[in-house]
Design a protein around this ligand. Sequence first.
Ligand SMILES: Nc1ncnc2c1ncn2[C@@H]1O[C@H](COP(=O)(O)OP(=O)(O)OP(=O)(O)O)[C@@H](O)[C@H]1O
Ligand SMILES: [Mg+2]
Length: 491
Amino acid sequence: MESKDLFTHVGSIIASFMFIWAMFQQYFPYELRHNIEKYSQRLLVFFYPYIQITFNEFTGDRFMRSDAYSAIENYLSSRSSTQAKRLKADIVKNSNQSLVLSMDDHEEVSDEYEGIKLWWRSGKNISKSQVFSFYPVTDEKRYYKLTFHKRHRDVILGPYLTSVLKEGRAIKVRNRMRKLYTNHGSNWSHVVFEHPATFQTLAMEPEKKKEIIDDLITFSKAEDFYARIGRAWKRGYLLYGPPGTGKSTMIAAMANLLGYDLYDLELTAVKDNTELRKLLIETSSKSIIVIEDIDCSLDLTGQRRKKKEEEDGNAKDPRQKIEKEERETKNSQVTLSGLLNFIDGLWSACGGERLIVFTTNYIEKLDPALIRKGRMDKHIELSYCNYEAFAVLAKNYLNLDSHKLFERVGELLGETEITPADVAEHLMPKTVPTDVEFSLRSLIKELELAKEEAKEKAAKKEAEAEAEAVEKLLVVNEEAKEEEKEVTTTS
Ligand SMILES: Nc1ncnc2c1ncn2[C@@H]1O[C@H](COP(=O)(O)OP(=O)(O)OP(=O)(O)O)[C@@H](O)[C@H]1O
Ligand SMILES: [Mg+2]
């Protein structure tokens, strides 16, 4: 028998005596009773060198489950499945609908921390409801009881419990159902986020993919690092490239990799900077804030006000002016400085652990202040499909590692520009069972067509450039002739 068990037995014997004592206590005067109780408690503490801490499922508010209790429940789930004999099983409503085991009531599991042994016991108190009813309701109050030797008090109450709560919360985040938020004006509403995209299925060069994954994972584990260097725990990504190259898909893969919630921020629906700040404050930790097509969301070049002034000046009719003003007020008044404040102002540090992702089709249109390093730390170009990206898509869509037509596809991909979205469309199975050759031939046909079109376009452009050059030459000749004429008439 373990020493802790022995003490538990001694404790229960003393408790039994106390119970018997309680039976008789009504016959003793209060003063004497009080003293005996006091000394018996001290005696118990003296003989029982263990400390017990109870974590109740509900504290104070009956309807709010204690954060510490649920963190401990998650922390103990892995230990319970290997140690406890009676387990409770439940389905967690995350994307995988996984089965989670936790220990049943009155089970005990042991744990070890830096060589210190300690025990967790689950239990419940049952009390009958005070409310009269034909179907009496029993009130079950569950709790976890932690027992450890008092000589380890500081370590257990300090680092051990901190690490238990941290790990438990991390497990909870991994198991939770993730959400996709969108803003309607100044409020967020959400649906369950269930996008199946992963980095594994994302078509891009393996080294580039690995670099991004490493960057994301390093970020997600770098809480202490960010705290030490005095920076808010956030990171900005700018994804740029033509439509259909996988920017939105990559954002979904990022959220799935890190287990973060997604906040899809529609800037044009945000009235002004104050509303933008309110939305930011309401976002939770472990989330990705996304602003898609940032170049279209706002006129971030500082041109807007100038344009507005010009338009106002031109509008002579007062009615026209009012209409114009109404139109303007309906549009977003968020400014570039408001957005910069949103990204790296003081407010942005609240809550921690956030990614901010911008996407654009035209990186050159963006204000350099917006995308400088420190704001958008990592710029990722998603480009047209090359052979490596095609190989990923062929594996995903056709389950093919190689094929005799791959070589031709590779050649054509080197000569023409096609988006992964277009390639994916051709590789989509059209028949059951899948006709691999048909899919690859249809892709080759598309690539040859694209190559021809590109050739024609280039030839047309060349012809236009030539015509323009000839025209310019003619104008220059004409001007020279005019000048010559002027000189002869004056002389
Ligand atoms: N790199 C890729 N890997 C895998 N699938 C891709 C990739 N790029 C595009 N696709 C496929 O094409 C579709 C469109 O891609 P996506 O919406 O991610 O493009 P986008 O870059 O966000 O385009 P836009 O600039 O128009 O928003 C996706 O549903 C996805 O299936
Ligand atoms: Mg997109």
